[in-house]
Design a protein around this ligand. Structure first.
Ligand code: HEC
Length: 395
C-alpha cells in the first residue's frame, strides 16, 4: 500500500501520542489501585463487610477509601469502572503496529539476514503471536498450574522467552521485540476484557438482583490484575526497546529479553512488598547489578581490522550505497521521502558528526540499513567500523 509518507508520519504522531496518554492513564490507575490494595489497613474496627480502609492526601484534599470483602450490601448510586484506559491503549497500539510495522513490512518486519520470508508471512506470524499468546496464557491460568502462582509465573516466563527466541529466528530484531511486547500487552488487555470485567459485571448483577455475589469472581479478577501488575514493567521496556539497537540488534537479542524481564518483575515485586511495609531493598540492588551485567553482555564485539586498513573514501562510498538512499536531504528510497529522524549522511562532515551512532547501528548491531534492503555485507561493516574506531579521519 502506498500512502503519502507525510500523512503516515502525522497519523503515526497522533496515534503514538494517544497511545502514550491512555497508556499512562491505564498503568497509573493500575499502580494506584495496587498501591491501595497493598497499603489497606486491615486491623481494627471496620463497618460490616469492609476488609480494610486507607487514608491519603492529594491535591490539597483528604481521601478515605475502603475495600469490601466481596461487595457492599446494596449497589452504590454511581459506580466507576476502569476499562477504557486499557481498551484504548490496546486499540491505539494495534493501529500503531499497522502504521509503523505492517504498512512497511518489507523493511520493518523482514530482515533477510535473519530469514528470507515475505512481508505477508511476517505480518501473519506477528498477528498469530498475539492471538496464540493469549490463548495459551489463558489456558495455563485455568489449569491446575494456577494453584501454584510462582510455578505459573515461571512457566509463563519460560514461554515468553521461547516466543522471543522463535520470533528472533524469523523476524527483524525490532519487529521481534515489539511483538513480544504486543503479545504481553494483549494478554494484559484481554485479562481486563475477558476475565476482570465479566467478573465485575457478575458481581454487580448479583448485587442488583439482591443475590449473594460469587466471591470467586472477585478472586479471579484480583489474580489476573496481579499478573498484569508484574507484566507491566517488562512491557514498558519492550515498547521503548526500538530506541536501543544494542538490545534488539544483538546477536542473542532474545537472551536480553530473557534477562530484562526478571529485572522488571523484580523491581515491581520490591514495590509490592514495600506497599505492605516490607522493605526488601536488596531486590533493587540485585536488579541494578543484573542490569549492569546485561549492559556488559550487550556490549559490541571487538572489531577485526581488515587487511589494508580503511579509508575515508571507502567509508563514504559505503555510506552512499547503503545509507544515503534514505539518510539524505534528497532520499531515493521508495518508502522514505525525508531523511529518517532528520539524520542525513550527505557529506564527510555529516558522517564524521554521526560516526558513533553510525557504528552503533551499522557495525555493532547491524540494525541499519533498515531491513538490510541494500544487502550490506559483514566485511563492509567491518571496514566502516575500523575507519570509525581509528577516528573517522578525512584521509
Ligand atoms: C531503508 C531506509 C534506510 C536505510 C537504507 C538506512 N536507514 Fe538508518 N534509519 C532509517 C529509519 C526509518 C530510521 C528511524 C527508525 C530507527 O531508528 O530504527 C533510521 C535511523 C537511523 C539512525 C538513528 C538516528 C537517530 O538519531 O534517531 C542511525 C544512526 C542510522 N539510521 C544509521 C544508518 C546507517 C549508518 C545506514 C547505512 C549503513 C542506514 N541508517 C541506512 C532508515 C534507513
Amino acid at each position: 500500500m502506498t500512502l503519502d509518507p507525510h500523512i503516515i508520519e502525522w497519523l503515526n504522531l497522533l496515534t503514538r501520542w494517544i497511545h502514550m496518554i491512555v497508556g499512562v492513564a491505564w498503568i497509573g490507575a493500575s499502580f494506584y489501585f495496587n498501591w491501595i490494595e497493598g497499603h489497606l489497613n486491615r486491623v481494627g474496627e471496620k463497618p460490616p463487610g469492609v476488609a480494610g480502609d486507607i487514608w491519603s492526601v492529594h491535591g490539597g484534599g483528604f481521601y478515605h477509601a475502603q475495600k469490601y470483602e466481596v461487595a457492599p450490601e446494596k449497589m452504590p448510586e454511581t459506580l466507576h469502572w476502569f476499562k477504557w484506559e486499557a481498551y484504548s491503549t490496546w486499540l491505539s497500539g494495534m493501529v500503531l503496529l499497522v502504521i509503523v510495522y505492517y504498512l512497511n513490512a518489507d523493511v520493518y518486519m523482514v530482515d533477510p539476514n535473519v530469514a528470507d520470508i515475505s512481508p505477508v508471512t511476517a505480518i501473519v506470524i506477528g498477528l498469530a503471536t498475539l492471538v496464540i499468546g493469549w490463548v495459551v496464557y489463558d489456558r495455563l491460568c485455568k489449569s491446575k498450574l494456577a494453584d501454584n502462582p510462582k510455578m505459573l509465573g515461571l512457566v509463563g516466563y519460560l514461554l515468553v522467552v521461547l516466543v522471543a527466541f522463535a520470533l528472533s529466528q524469523v523476524l527483524g530484531g525490532r519487529a521481534a521485540y515489539i511483538h513480544v511486547g504486543a503479545m504481553l500487552g494483549t494478554i494484559m488487555v484481554a485479562n481486563v476484557a475477558m476475565v476482570i470485567m465479566p467478573g465485575q459485571r457478575r458481581l454487580v448483577a448479583a448485587l442488583i438482583a439482591g443475590e449473594t455475589p460469587n466471591a470467586n469472581d472477585g478472586k479471579q479478577a484480583l489474580i489476573r490484575s496481579r499478573q498484569n501488575n508484574y507484566i507491566t514493567l517488562p512491557v514498558l521496556f519492550l515498547m521503548i526497546s526500538n530506541h536501543y539497537p544494542s538490545t534488539f540488534g544483538h546477536q542473542y537479542s532474545w537472551l536480553i529479553i530473557a534477562a530484562l524481564i526478571p529485572i522488571g518483575v523484580g523491581v515491581r515485586h520490591y514495590y509490592n512488598l514495600k506497599h505492605k511495609g516490607n522493605h526488601a531493598s536488596w531486590m533493587l540492588v540485585a536488579a541494578g547489578i543484573a542490569f549492569a551485567v546485561v549492559a556488559w553482555f550487550a556490549a559490541p564485539a571487538k572489531l577485526v581490522a581488515p587487511a589494508g586498513g580503511a579509508s575515508a573514501a571507502q567509508a563514504m562510498a559505503m555510506v552512499e550505497t547503503h545509507c544515503a538512499t534514505c539518510h539524505s536531504a534528497a532520499p531515493t528510497d521508495k518508502v522514505f521521502s525525508a531523511a529518517p529522524n532528520g539524520v542525513m549522511f550527505d557529506t564527510l562532515e555529516d558522517v564524521q558528526r554521526h560516526a558513533a551512532s553510525i557504528k552503533a547501528r551499522a557495525v555493532d548491531t547491524m540494525s541499519m540499513p533498515l531491513g538490510n534492503t541494500t544487502g550490506m555485507t559483514k566485511e563492509e561493516r567491518a571496514i566502516l567500523g575500523v575507519w570509525i574506531t581509528e577516528g573517522a579521519k578525512a584521509n
